[in-house]
Design a protein around this ligand. Structure first.
Ligand code: NAP
Length: 299
């Protein structure tokens, strides 16, 4: 049963994450039976401890789903050329099916060049601009897992978006923009807000759904929402005491809004599970295109 605080439904991501993880595990077992072991490669180039903790959590989750996880740790001083070579090699490596380039990256490298080297069919976190372009024109592509996690969470709680107003706060290429494309594809009327939008409540109060992905603690308060608003909090902000909070002022929004996803335990848990599901989907697609190539070559 779903928890409710005041009038606000708590939109926990954990049950959905467990379902997605289970689906990824079932699919990886099927692939294994066919002689294909799905493998995810995570390229890391930082000494940031929380990033390493996050990458280890992906590795553990992959292990539980029967998916191989190859962590390629290049160190915080990796050069752009070394990183480019690694991404090019992994993109061509047939035993690797999904690739993540983990942020933060060394200051001296050009992220745009590097993400462009991830083969689109292995780009399971939608980082290559080609993936975003494909999403924009409705072609098959992996969306960034976080953007898809928001849509899956809304679906899971049967919160309709078709014909409804959705305000997305944040316009980054990894969350806000791809999310707005996914929501448009589901027939939502989408307003994308950013740091120059001015008074946010002007856009968020009339909205049926508000998704906040700005990386600003306490950005969305009870004054920004109405009793019909469902709020999805994508923000992850680490406080001085090490605790994790979102972009929503939980205390003032709870009791006012119709629903709120918690941080932690909301979008983030679904995101990790989707990275695994994307990896098995990528492995499946690559095995099909391999079969296609083989059958074509026999003609
Ligand atoms: P980003 O690249 O820094 O983008 C932040 C966006 O928020 C920008 O578009 C910015 O506007 C907008 N913004 C900043 N301050 C604002 C304000 N006061 N009012 C309105 N808009 C404002 O961040 P990101 O990579 O998209 O990530 C956003 C948040 O999501 C971060 O907390 C990040 O840690 C979190 N995140 C979570 C997950 C997960 O799995 N849960 C995954 C990815 C990211 P401008 O464009 O005008 O600068």
């Amino acid at each position: 049963m779903t928890a409710v605080q005041g009038n606000t439904e708590v939109l926990s991501g954990k049950p959905l994450a467990a379902l997605i993880q289970q689906r990824a595990q079932q699919e990886s077992t099927l692939l294994d039976d066919e002689g294909l072991h799905p493998v995810l490669a995570v390229v890391v180039a930082t000494d940031d401890e929380s990033t390493h903790w996050y990458v280890r959590s992906i590795e553990r989750a992959a292990g539980r789903a029967g998916i191989g996880c190859r962590i390629v740790d290049l160190g915080h001083d990796a050069t752009e050329q070394v990183m480019a070579n690694v991404l090019t090699d992994l993109s061509a490596e047939p035993t690797v099916h999904g690739i993540i380039l983990q942020t933060p990256l060394p200051a001296a490298v050009r992220p745009d060049r590097l993400v462009g080297l991830i083969a689109p069919d292995k780009d399971i976190d939608g980082a290559n601009p080609l993936s975003l372009g494909r999403l924009a024109v409705g072609q098959l592509a992996f969306a960034p897992a976080t953007a898809r996690a928001v849509v899956e969470l809304l679906d899971h709680f049967q919160i309709p978006v078709a014909g409804r107003n959705v305000a997305v706060v944040g316009r980054s290429a990894v969350v806000g923009k791809p999310l707005s494309l996914l929501l448009l594809a589901k027939d939502a009327t989408v307003t994308v807000c950013h740091s120059k939008s001015g008074a946010l409540e002007h856009y968020t109060r009339p909205a049926d759904v508000v998704v906040v992905a700005a990386g600003r603690t306490g950005l969305l308060t009870g004054n920004h929402v109405s009793e019909k608003t469902v709020v999805i909090d994508v923000g992850t902000n680490v406080l001085a005491d090490g605790s994790l909070v979102g972009d929503v002022d939980e205390a003032s929004v709870t009791g006012v809004a119709a629903g709120l996803s918690p941080v932690p335990g909301g979008v983030g848990s679904v995101t990790t599970a989707l990275l695994l599901l994307h990896t098995v989907e990528a492995a499946r697609q690559q095995s099909h295109s391999g079969l296609l190539a083989a059958s074509t070559s026999r003609i």
